[in-house]
Design a protein around this ligand. Structure first.
Ligand SMILES: Cc1ncc(COP(=O)(O)O)c(C=O)c1O
Length: 366
């Protein structure tokens, strides 16, 4: 337990407001890959309506939400496990399938919860080298041994924004031994162009050792409510339901997710807004001669040199981004795509931050 490095979330706006005496409304938070539009109007209404039943325990089986997901995804309800965020699905996998000494394989610079969930079980994390900051599936294949119980892959990956095409993922899954689970974490799936999305739910019929996880926290704008799900073989779902808390997804979250799922257009417009914001940020980086890793998600990883210092300079201007030294990337920052005005605030603040930094570094002349 003592070897576990705790997860450090993005700084909340209220915290920065307290620290620097800012008005919270003036702070721009681009630190946690949230949808800056928040949930849709229909979802807000569904949440308000669901408050009438707050004295009741939620439906522990999530019947309505699972039914809607099953129809959308073309799988049976028994193949879906609901989670308190998709983070819960990752934890449930490790609780159900990892024991002390087992191996879990994941890539360098992969999402921080994979090592956390692994270490919390006393299992051993095997980190494979990255290729151009992304997942190297060949290296992963080589790392799998008879002691490997779980392989975690995020597609797209956080914090790098790197992505693997569906064909590469499928042939990897096909190559993994049947008694090793592959967790394909698709938290940012809705931000992919439809042609780039994997038909991963359909793969489960062919590969019973595949678990696909998704979330309502990102494109659906419901990060605060904590709701996600996993799609898997019914036998795998049965194991996960045994270790799941009976009421792990609250009733407001279930009502909101149900309404969000129906609001297909909202996802489409969020994706378009994200694409446009990404273009603006990329242009800004090129104009400032800053390297970035092309991203398939709702954030951009930029190479900034002394990232800790630039992060501080941005905070002083009321802009919160994410330092990612804990991911082995001390020279990079991760910036979530915001609303157009927020993107502009970030670019202006970054210009100022870099000018101040280079000013501070420049030797004083007479
Ligand atoms: C790759 C990835 N997976 C899973 C999650 C977990 O999100 P949530 O628990 O909100 O669904 C995140 C959140 O940042 C993520 O980046």
């Amino acid at each position: 337990m003592r070897r576990i490095t705790p997860y450090v979330p993005g700084k909340p706006t209220s915290e920065l407001a307290r620290e620097l005496g800012f008005d919270e409304r003036d702070i721009v938070k681009l630190a946690s890959n949230e949808n800056p539009r928040g949930p849709s109007a229909a979802v807000r209404q569904a949440i308000a309506a669901a408050t009438d039943e707050l004295c009741r325990y939620p439906d522990g089986n999530g019947f309505a939400l699972k039914a809607a997901l099953s129809e959308r995804l073309g799988v049976d309800s028994e193949q879906i496990v609901l989670g308190n965020g998709s983070n819960d699905i990752l934890e449930l996998v490790s609780q159900a399938f990892l024991q002390p000494g087992d191996h879990a394989v994941y890539s360098r610079h992969a999402f921080a919860v994979y090592p956390l969930a692994t270490q919390a079980r006393g299992a051993i994390g095997i980190e494979t080298p990255a290729i151009d900051f992304g997942t190297d599936l060949n290296a992963m294949q080589r790392a799998i041994t008879r002691t490997t119980r779980v392989v975690f892959i995020a597609n797209p990956n956080n914090p790098t924004g790197t992505w693997l095409p569906p064909a590469a993922i499928e042939s990897f899954v096909a190559s993994v031994p049947e008694d090793t689970l592959v967790v394909l974490d698709e938290a940012y799936n809705d931000y992919l162009e439809p042609r780039d999305q994997s038909p991963s739910a359909a793969w489960i019929a062919k590969y019973p050792n595949l678990v696909v996880s998704r979330t309502f926290s990102k494109a659906h704008g419901l990060a605060a409510l904590r709701v996600g799900y996993g799609i898997m073989h019914p036998k795998v779902a049965d194991m996960m339901n045994r270790v799941r808390q009976p009421f792990n997804v609250n009733s407001l979250a279930q009502a909101a997710a149900l309404a969000a799922l129906a609001d297909v257009e909202y996802i489409e417009t969020s994706r378009l807004l994200n694409r446009e914001g990404m273009r603006v940020l990329e242009q800004g980086m090129r104009a400032m001669d800053i390297e970035y890793v092309p991203s398939h998600a709702n954030f951009l990883m930029i190479r900034i040199g002394d990232a800790g210092r630039v992060y501080q300079r941005l905070l002083e201007q009321g802009v919160i981004v994410r330092p990612i030294a804990s991911y082995g990337l001390p020279e990079h920052l991760r910036v979530t795509i915001g609303l157009p005005e927020e993107n502009r605030r970030f670019l202006d603040a970054l210009k100022t931050a870099l000018a101040v930094s280079s000013e501070a570094r420049r030797p004083h002349s007479a």
